[in-house]
Design a protein around this ligand. Structure first.
Ligand code: IVH
Length: 696
């Protein structure tokens, strides 16, 4: 419980903030997400604003945050690395603009309306990584430091020089101007370049996969991974990690070019060889700032690195100097923070759900938490290996992430908050639904319930059969299916077409009309396509695309059921895994019995759209090049494939023929000549579609 006495609460908040700062900056093992930490600071700042007597120079709200750790040598920055004030709304942005205006900014906006309307800002993405200060003397990198407490950071030079994106020397060659002149890029005798070290999302995922294989702990997010990669005793470890860098701010500058705008400093950094984010924009007025923030709040997931907001800086450096800073943050910049996509919560339990193929999927039962705009109380943990790699245990405090439309994910535990003696979670060896054995497939990460008639599997299979992507039976969701399975009305998907509707009408929540509606919906499903029927059968590995390809190619369920694994696998786009699985499905008597009952019920087994042509070109490889007069390239390739040929994009030793239209690819024709592959024209092409290829 939080205290109600403001003084006591302020003291409590200060102690908490101190504690979390220590965990973040020194131990590199935070217990809170950034957003949660920010909430504590905001609460303290509010209290201090409401009760001025509580404010003190010693308060964390008056300081930047961290303190230096002892793993690396401490170094004093030439100019302090400040923190940023934060905002989460347009109103606060306006208040910030008004404050700057009161303090005199915006007046020099010659020829434009004064005040925040006429102010020019740079809008930068707020990269979620860790800040570095790079010191260059006479153009050479002499030291790289973390932010630390803002005054004193840690010397991480040995590790930073392994990061390819960070220049060891400034690029001092000439640059061309718009008038064609060549100007030298001026190199100051001393310059501090600040920016964010980050790990791209794909590299973070890959690193975590590797960590899992090695049985090592996974990183909770790309920022922690970047920090962990940098804070290594052995620079070779840092060198092995994929780290990026965006430069965004100059610190101390001695004897360099004169700058009058922040955007000019960014331009100079770009010319001097630093990566400067391409999405930075110079805008006029806070409405444009607001538009930029909205654009990136919606578009943040289009990037391959994480951002947690937008940093807005007054562009005019003279006005920046005039506004100055508080003890912790400049008055001329502000961080617009997006709503957090990560929160911490309690992992109440780990349970296992059984899917339609019997797959046992562990999932987290969470103390409900609102994150990414939705309340989250369940999250998948995918499989046994994932639980092990994340080492999450019931009772842990975990980081939960929900980004955009992506399903919620448990990223990992906060180890510092783990109660002592919390046991590791064990994957159950019995199915929670039917009590039968759970078996892990050799060489795979998935575990399955071996009992085909497991009620959980039956419910999941029938629900899937009735779902939109399959037979699309209205009024038949999971709860209804479960009710019918429990009542003994349904045991498999074929039972759907033999239901006793008088009995249905007697079940709880049902009456004559609703039963009749259901009957009509079930009847309507009999005419669904062959591809939909295939999807509905819950054949392992076979999804919508594979079903469509098989339906098109074979034209009927009987032809598919009669095909062997090889001919199934040979269908373009299908492959051996699906081929073997489909053949295996139809080889089982139990499945054949279900199929026969579906046939007897009048389900459509044919695909009227499938044109099964004589396979006169089976096994041949025919390349099409140039423009044909009666066929588009796609149509010609489709026509070849429909007759059993492959139609790849390049000529190789395996090519049987090349069909050349107008303006054929010169390289393809040359290659065909070199390999002795015959080249035919459109007329001959139409001939082989009819009658195949006759070798002389
Ligand atoms: S400017 C005085 N620009 O955000 C200016 N910071 O809460 C100080 N950050 O420590 C920083 N992207 O780690 C700036 N484009 C950007 C940034 C950025 C990310 C981080 C940086 C800083 C923190 C401030």
């Amino acid at each position: 419980m939080a205290c109600t006495d403001p003084a006591a609460r302020a003291a409590e908040l200060r102690a908490l903030i101190e504690h979390h700062n220590h965990r973040y900056f020194v131990l590199d093992d935070p217990e809170l997400t950034d957003a949660e930490f920010d909430e504590l600071v905001a609460e303290l700042a509010n209290l201090e604003a409401e009760h001025p007597g509580l404010a003190s120079g010693e308060s964390p709200t008056a300081r930047v945050g961290g303190e230096a750790s002892t793993l690396f040598a401490p170094v004093r920055h030439a100019s302090a690395m400040m923190s940023l004030d934060k905002t989460t709304s347009y109103e606060e942005l306006i208040a910030w603009g008004a404050r700057m205006e009161r303090l005199g900014a915006g007046r020099s906006a010659a020829g434009r309306a004064g005040g925040s309307k006429g102010m020019r800002f740079t809008c930068e993405l707020k990269i979620d990584g860790l800040a570095l200060s790079l010191l260059y003397e006479h153009g050479r990198l002499v030291r790289a430091a973390t932010r630390g407490d803002g005054e004193v950071g840690e010397d991480v030079t040995a590790n930073v020089v392994t990061v390819a994106a960070i220049p060891r020397a400034l690029f001092a060659a000439t640059k061309a101007t718009s008038t064609g002149e060549s100007l030298p890029v001026v190199v100051p005798s001393l310059v501090e370049v600040r920016g964010e070290l980050y790990m791209p999302i794909a590299s973070f995922d890959e690193l975590n996969r590797r960590q899992a294989l090695l049985g090592a702990r996974q990183f909770i997010n790309p920022r922690n991974a970047a920090a962990g990669s940098l804070r290594q005793k052995d620079p070779a470890v840092t060198a092995g990690r994929d780290l990026g860098f965006w430069a965004y701010q100059l610190g101390a500058v001695d004897g360099g070019p004169g700058f009058s705008r922040h955007s000019e400093t960014l331009e100079w950094m770009r010319e001097a060889g630093f990566p400067v984010n391409p999405h930075i924009r110079v805008v006029e007025g806070l409405d444009e700032v607001d538009a930029y923030c909205r654009t990136w709040q919606d578009g943040r997931h289009s990037l391959d690195y994480e951002i947690d907001g937008v940093v807005v800086k007054l562009d005019d450096l003279a006005e920046q100097a005039e506004l100055g800073s508080t003890s912790r943050a400049p008055r001329w910049a502000i961080a617009y923070k997006f709503p957090p996509e990560e929160k911490t919560t309690r992992l109440v339990d780990i349970m296992v759900s059984i899917g339609r193929t019997g797959k046992a999927t562990p999932f987290a039962v969470l103390k409900p938490v609102v994150v990414g705009g939705a309340k989250v109380s369940l999250a998948t943990l995918h499989n046994e290996d994932q639980v092990r790699a994340k080492d999450v245990r019931p009772g842990d405090t975990v980081v939960v992430r929900r980004a955009g439309d992506v399903i919620p994910e448990v990223r990992g535990p906060i180890l510092a908050l783990r109660p002592q003696g919390l046991p590791r979670w064990q994957f159950p060896d019995r199915c929670p639904a039917c009590g039968e054995r759970l078996e892990r497939v050799e060489g795979e990460s998935d575990t399955f319930c071996v009992n085909e008639s497991c009620p959980a599997q039956v419910v999941a299979r029938i629900t899937h059969f009735a779902s939109r992507g399959a037979m699309d039976i209205e009024h038949l969701g999971e709860a209804t299916v479960r009710q019918f399975v429990d009542a003994g009305i349904l045991r498999d998907v074929a039972d759907l077409y033999y239901m006793d509707y008088d009995k249905v009408a007697t079940l709880e929540g049902w009456a004559g009309t609703s039963a009749a509606n259901l009957r009509a919906a079930v009847e309507a499903s009999k005419g669904r396509s062959l591809a939909n029927l295939l999807v509905g059968l819950s054949i392992r590995h076979l999804g919508a695309t594979g079903s469509q390809l098989l339906a098109r190619h074979f034209g009927s369920l009987d032809a598919i059921a009669a095909a062997d694994a090889d001919s199934l696998s040979n269908v373009e786009g299908v492959g051996p895994v699906i081929g073997a699985s489909v053949a295996g499905f139809f080889a089982l008597d139990a499945n054949r019995r279900v199929i026969e009952r579906l046939r007897a019920a009048g389900i459509r087994f044919e695909d009227p759209d499938a044109v099964v042509l004589p396979q006169v070109l089976a096994g041949l490889s025919i390349v099409v090049t140039g423009t044909l007069s009666h066929w588009s390239r796609e149509q010609a390739e489709e026509a070849l494939k429909a007759r059993g040929a492959k139609s790849p994009g390049s000529v190789t030793r395996r090519t049987t023929l090349v069909v050349a239209g107008r303006d054929p690819g010169a390289a393809k024709i040359a290659k065909a000549a070199e390999l002795g592959v015959p080249v035919i024209d459109e007329e001959a092409f139409e001939g082989i579609l009819e009658g195949g290829v006759h070798r002389s």
